[in-house]
Design a protein around this ligand. Structure first.
Ligand code: T3D
Length: 263
């Protein structure tokens, strides 16, 4: 599929998706959803890839749903926005969370509405100091979606999740890092070099183990201790059979740096 609203690049083992509608702060359109879906499929299907980096072009990261596509049609019942979630946003969230490689999001500016929650779906989120996170939904009479009501209380606790959602106030990159909403905040001019370095570093790691770590941690909030211990045994059994585990142990014993193949 030719990409018009995103940029998709592959550098060595790292894929990079850049949301690319800067004049509209990279707001999501139906077309962008189709392209994101295709790009994530491309990443999933390319066994040579070992990390995915997501960012935005221009001064914003993503302003959520493009509201021009929601201009009211005169239907007294309003549009069925639940349908858009089921068709576009929910599969996107699932697609990223279930990718068997690390997903890094570099938040370069404002991340609002579904743009904020899309960023929070990544495994590691780094933000520029000038970036902000806004659960903007209540300003237009909606509830946080794209996984926001799942991620927020788990990341920042019930009190902050509720206030972010009801007040729809911007949370700065620095505040987000200090609350644990994201991994870290860096100076604007360092964002992309740090994000690329992190993606390259992860791309040189034990990819299968990373995928299993994601599975274990993502399952954890819904599990009892017993269930989680059983899951750890199941996933560790798989990790223990990888070539990377053999290499990791051998490298340790030989006092050298391991060279992981992602297998
Ligand atoms: O319907 C469904 O599918 C359900 C799912 C919903 C998911 C959602 O994301 S709902 C939430 C939708 N998003 C918003 O409500 C955010 C709207 N945008 C803003 O509140 C502000 O733009 C920001 C706080 C994000 C940034 O403010 P600021 O002052 O830095 O920028 P700006 O001047 O408002 O925006 C710059 C341009 O981007 C401007 O266009 P113009 O006037 O220069 O031609 C603005 O209209 C456009 N823009 C920003 N956000 C959106 C947008 N255009 C369409 N849709 C947007 N969401």
């Amino acid at each position: 599929m030719p990409y018009e609203t995103i940029l998709f690049e592959i550098r060595e083992a790292v894929a990079c998706i850049t949301l690319n509608r800067p004049e509209k702060l990279n707001a999501f359109t139906a077309r962008m959803h189709e392209e994101l879906h295709a790009a994530v499929d491309e990443v999933r299907g390319n066994g040579a890839l070992r990390a995915l980096l997501i960012t935005g072009s221009g001064r914003g990261f993503c302003a959520g749903q493009d509201l021009n596509e929601r201009a009211m049609s005169g239907d007294p019942d309003g549009p069925d926005v639940g349908n858009a979630l089921e068709k576009s946003y929910n599969p996107l969230v699932h697609g990223l969370r279930e990718l068997g490689l690390p997903v890094i999001c570099a938040v370069n500016g404002v991340a609002a509405g579904a743009g904020c929650n899309f960023a929070l779906t990544a495994d590691i989120v780094i933000a520029a100091r000038s970036a902000s996170f806004i659960e903007v939904f209540s300003r237009i009479g909606l509830i946080p979606d794209a996984g926001g009501t799942y991620a927020l209380p788990r990341l920042v606790g019930a009190a902050r999740a509720m206030a972010m959602s009801l007040l729809a106030e911007p949370v700065s990159g620095e505040q987000a890092a200090s609350w644990g909403l994201i991994w870290k905040c860096v100076d604007d001019d360092k964002l992309m070099s740090e994000a690329h370095a992190l993606a390259q570093r992860l791309a040189g790691g034990p990819t299968r183990a990373y995928g299993l770590i994601k599975q274990a941690l993502n399952a954890s909030p819904a599990n009892t201790l017993e269930q989680q211990l059983a899951l750890e045994a199941k996933l560790q059994r798989q990790a223990g059979k990888t070539a990377d585990f053999r290499e990791g142990v051998q490298a340790f014993l030989q006092k050298r740096t391991p060279v992981y193949q992602g297998r």
